[in-house]
Structures are given as structure tokens and as C-alpha cells.
Design a protein around this ligand. Structure first.
Ligand SMILES: NC(=O)c1ccc[n+]([C@@H]2O[C@H](COP(=O)([O-])OP(=O)(O)OC[C@H]3O[C@@H](n4cnc5c(N)ncnc54)[C@H](OP(=O)(O)O)[C@@H]3O)[C@@H](O)[C@H]2O)c1
Length: 234
């Protein structure tokens, strides 16, 4: 697709990987709306990016429905949904509490489903569209303390495969992008320190992959992309 004048919704675009994806799409000529829950960060990012700010919690169904109303008011139609909003809680199975587990699934799985559902209704009507789900290398293998986060990414991966089989007949391309570790505020939100190192991935690297897969001619698509740092050091 040609990103010039395309319209996109990037959930969790107020910082980190989502911010970088929004920037790459805008730099390529797209009109982009970003979401996030923290007003201050959202409006600051939108101003920097020249994006449309929509304050919305992906896990809240009323917020999701309002997001699409605001996107339609701003752009009239949508070409691309990037389901990026997400976070992690890392606890051993024996220490896992129900509230943390449910919260991770509410954003990473239910939130992505609600956002995807509304996009799919619109894309089926238009007989075209693109959904990019930002998953993780956590979606393909397990690890200690991964019960909530890793399982949520496995679920996102599973939904992605289902959406692909449902939506291909409507010319909707459904992509899965799996970053390995990227330097963002992800670790701080989850309560651990991500050690800064120039060998580690940045949001721009994931944005590069997202832009590249979208730009392929609509007759084809790359179902899944995994992005590794070449030789990451801690
Ligand atoms: N960083 C990594 O190493 C890494 C690796 C693989 C995959 N990922 C995935 O990449 C995605 C982005 O992560 P990141 O590293 O960029 O993290 P980040 O820097 O913490 O950014 C997360 C973004 O998502 C938003 N967000 C979180 N929960 C939300 C909700 N319920 N509704 C709306 N917005 C929400 C945040 O804004 P508010 O808090 O203001 O809502 C923020 O804009 C996530 O899905 C993550 O799982 C990250």
C-alpha cells in the first residue's frame, strides 16, 4: 500500500514503540491517531507528532467505541489499525494474583480484540484494510515469571491467526510483529530496569519493520515478522 494520505490508528502511541510507529507512518505521509490513558503524555506526543490524540483505555469497551467515532470524525475512514497498547506483569506462578493476571489480559488480549473487532467491521464494509498486532517473542516460547504476559502474547498470536483466516476474503491483511527486547518504558512499568546499551533495539527498529510490511503491494503480505537485536549486550 501507499502510505501517503493513508489513515492509521496506533493504540498506545503516546510513548515507546507505538510512538515510533506513529512517527514513521506520519513521516511517510499518513494521517495518524494515537491513543493512551495518561492525558499529559498523550497530548504532548500528539503535538510533537502532529497526530490526533484520543484519550482511551483499550480495555474499556465504551472507550474503544468512542475511539472509532473520533477516528471517523477526524479522517472519515481508516486504513490501518496498529494494536500496540500493552504491558507486562512478571511474577512466579506461585505468586500470581488474580488482579494482575486479569489486568494484563484485559489490555493485551481483550483490548486488542475490541479494537480489532471495530476495525474489522469497517474494513469488511470497505473490502480492504490492515491490522498490525504488536506481539512479542514472548508469544512463541515460555519463560519463568511469564504466566500473565507471555500467555497474553500467545493469545494475541492465536487471535491474529483466526482474524487472518476470517478476513482474507475481504482483502484485509493481518500482520503479527514480534519484537524482542526494545528500550522503552516497558521495564519501568513492569517494575524492572532495562539496562541501556547501544546494541539493543529501539522503537524505530520496530517502526521500520511495520512500515516495510505495510508498504508491500496490497496483493501480498508478510504474515509474521520477528525482530531481533543482532548481538545484544546487557
Ligand atoms: N519493550 C519491549 O521490550 C517489548 C518487546 C516485545 C513486545 N513489546 C510490546 O510492544 C507494545 C508497546 O510496548 P512498549 O515497550 O512501547 O511499552 P511502553 O513504553 O510502556 O508504552 C506502552 C504504551 O501503551 C499505552 N497503554 C498501555 N496500556 C494501555 C491501555 N490499557 N489502553 C491504552 N493505552 C495503553 C501506554 O500509555 P498509557 O500508559 O498512558 O495508557 C503507552 O503509550 C506492547 O504491546 C508490548 O507488549 C514490547
Amino acid at each position: 500500500m501507499n502510505l501517503q494520505n493513508a489513515t492509521a490508528l496506533v493504540t498506545g502511541g503516546s510513548r515507546g514503540i507505538g510512538y515510533s510507529i506513529a512517527k514513521a507512518l506520519i513521516d511517510a505521509g499518513a494521517r495518524v491517531a494515537i491513543t493512551g490513558r495518561d492525558d499529559k503524555q498523550l497530548y504532548k506526543a500528539a503535538e510533537e507528532l502532529k497526530a490526533v490524540a484520543i484519550r482511551a483505555d483499550a480495555s474499556n469497551e465504551a472507550d474503544v467505541l468512542r475511539t472509532y467515532r473520533e477516528v471517523m470524525q477526524a479522517f472519515g475512514h481508516l486504513d490501518i489499525l496498529v494494536n500496540n497498547a500493552g504491558f507486562g506483569v512478571f511474577k512466579k506462578l506461585v505468586d500470581m494474583d488474580r488482579a494482575s493476571f486479569d489486568a494484563v489480559f484485559a489490555t493485551n488480549v481483550t483490548g486488542a480484540m475490541l479494537m480489532g473487532r471495530e476495525a474489522a467491521k469497517h474494513f469488511i464494509e470497505r473490502n480492504k484494510g490492515n491490522i498490525v498486532n504488536i506481539c512479542s517473542t514472548a508469544g512463541v516460547r515460555g519463560a519463568p515469571t511469564g504466566t500473565a504476559y507471555y500467555a497474553s502474547k500467545f493469545a494475541l498470536r492465536g487471535m491474529t491467526e483466526c482474524w487472518r483466516t476470517e478476513l482474507r476474503q475481504y482483502n484485509v491483511r493481518v500482520f503479527l510483529v514480534n519484537p524482542s527486547e526494545v528500550l522503552t518504558t516497558f521495564g519501568a512499568v513492569a517494575g524492572f530496569v532495562q539496562k541501556e546499551n547501544e546494541t539493543k533495539l529501539r522503537g524505530e527498529d520496530i517502526a521500520h519493520a511495520v512500515k516495510a510490511v505495510l508498504e508491500m503491494d496490497d496483493r501480498g503480505f508478510t504474515p509474521e515478522v520477528t525482530v531481533f537485536a543482532t548481538n545484544p549486550k546487557d
